[in-house]
Design a binder for this molecule. Structure first.
Ligand code: NDP
Ligand code: DXP
Ligand code: MN
Length: 385
């Protein structure tokens, strides 16, 4: 029986991962959330976890009350996440927290030699070089949860002798596909959260609407599959049935398909290499009738362009655009800035960040903080309402 830990167990990925654990009898040793103390306590009780971490210290007292007398080790803050990342006897740590906060726990688990199932894409965007190098050095496996990267990985199975020419990274286009900048002026949070195909947490759903998500995934793919920017073609595929594809040297293209349900890649990551029953709908291609493909609109969706420019330049710029985006998305969700301001702020940070090489994790954290401060200041100045 496999034993896992989950950071971000109360979120969209975390709760679906626990469904997989329930169905496939995976032992859950530790769980962590940010502030949803009630759901965390319920999960800890149901799955018999030995450790529980609530990141927000102010909620620790409440967690103590909810888990009183159960012999669960209670943790908080970054130290708590790092403790979970270094537990012995764990086969896989699923990192499904949202945002850059996942970077240090990922590096800690790798250092400890624990395999990782990675949903937390911001970790690779900001710290790809450190994460990949550390994983190689320690011989740690990174199982991929993001649907496109799981699809690329799945499309490579049995092809280790074959040369990859490039990949096709599919994008749904989000709720605002086909809209002009003028039409995007004044769109609401509710409209931006209305993803056509996927049910996900708020931050990634906004990233899908701005196409930042595809920019983050472009960077993620470069690190995971050792690709150059020109080897990645982004294709808008409105139906989200083809989850991405790999093109080989002979121009043969191998893709992974399925209904848009994260249970498939989550289960594949946790049970790899086994394919067993998964509680999702059957894919009926005849019900779809036809599948469509188009080029993305790089002018309107500025975040996508900013990500590609950032990763092409390298250094701290991917961390900077990611930090700017995290700050801007939080402000948009809080009703402080417009939808279009997200792309403008991310671009502004890209253009105003002096690039540097990354030597260690502090370089990444500093670039992230500087970008966030820049965005917060611009919003405070009233530039982006
Ligand atoms: N949802 C999806 O389908 C997909 C998501 N991803 C990626 O997976 C990650 C998670 O996404 P998603 O599940 O949608 O996000 P959600 O917002 O639904 O969930 C985020 C989870 O992270 C927890 N969390 C946030 N900050 C911390 C922290 N500092 N310490 C501990 N826990 C924390 C939250 O706890 P709390 O509930 O207490 O706030 C919650 O459990 C993101 O990086 C996203 O890009 C990738 C592909 C698909
Ligand atoms: C489910 C998943 O992996 C998301 O990252 C998804 O890709 C979002 O869809 P789009 O960014 O393509 O709209
Ligand atoms: Mn994805």
């Amino acid at each position: 029986m496999k034993t896992i830990t989950i950071l971000g167990s109360t979120g969209s990925i975390g709760t679906q991962a626990l469904e997989v654990c329930r169905e496939h009898k995976i032992k859950v040793k530790a769980l962590a959330a940010h502030s949803n103390v009630k759901m965390l306590a319920e999960q800890v009780i149901e799955f018999g976890a030995e450790y529980a971490c609530i990141y927000d210290e102010n909620k620790l007292g409440e967690l103590e009350k909810l888990l009183c007398g159960r012999g669960v080790d209670l943790l908080t803050g970054m130290e708590g996440l790092k403790t979970i990342a270094q537990l012995d006897g764990v086969d896989i740590m699923l990192n499904s927290v949202v945002g850059m906060v996942g970077l240090v726990p990922t590096l800690t688990a790798i250092e400890h030699g624990t395999d990782i199932a990675l949903a937390n894409k911001e970790t690779l965007v900001a710290g790809g070089k450190l994460v990949i190098n550390a994983a190689k050095e320690k011989g740690v496996m990174i199982y991929l949860v993001d649907s496109e990267h799981s699809a690329i990985f799945q499309s490579q199975q049995g092809n280790s002798m074959n040369r990859v020419k490039g990949i096709i990274l599919t994008a749904s286009g989000g709720p605002f596909y086909g809209k002009t900048t003028e039409e995007l002026r004044g769109v609401t949070v509710e409209q931006a959260l209305n993803h056509p195909n996927w049910s996900m947490g708020n931050k990634i759903t906004i990233d899908s609407a701005t196409l930042m998500n595809k920019g983050l995934e472009f960077i993620e793919a470069m690190w995971l599959f050792d690709l150059r920017p020109e080897q990645i073609e982004i294709v808008v595929h409105r139906e989200s049935v083809i989850h991405s594809a790999v093109e080989y040297e002979d121009n043969s293209v191998i893709a992974q398909l399925g209904v848009p349900d994260m249970k498939i890649p989550i289960q594949y990551a946790l049970l790899y290499p086994n394919r067993v029953h998964c509680d999702v709908k059957h894919l009926s291609l005849t019900d779809y009738g036809r599948l469509t493909f188009a080029k993305p609109d790089y002018d309107t969706f500025k975040c996508l362009t900013a990500c590609i420019k950032a990763v092409t330049a390298g250094g701290i710029l991917p961390a900077a655009v990611n930090g700017a985006n995290e700050q801007a998305v939080a402000a948009f969700l809080a009703g402080k800035i417009s939808f279009l301001a997200i792309g403008e702020l991310v671009t502004e940070v890209l253009e105003n960040t002096e690039n540097k090489e990354i030597h260690n994790v502090d370089d990444i954290l500093a670039a992230d903080s500087a970008a966030r401060e820049y965005v917060a200041k611009r919003i405070e100045e009233g530039q982006y309402q």
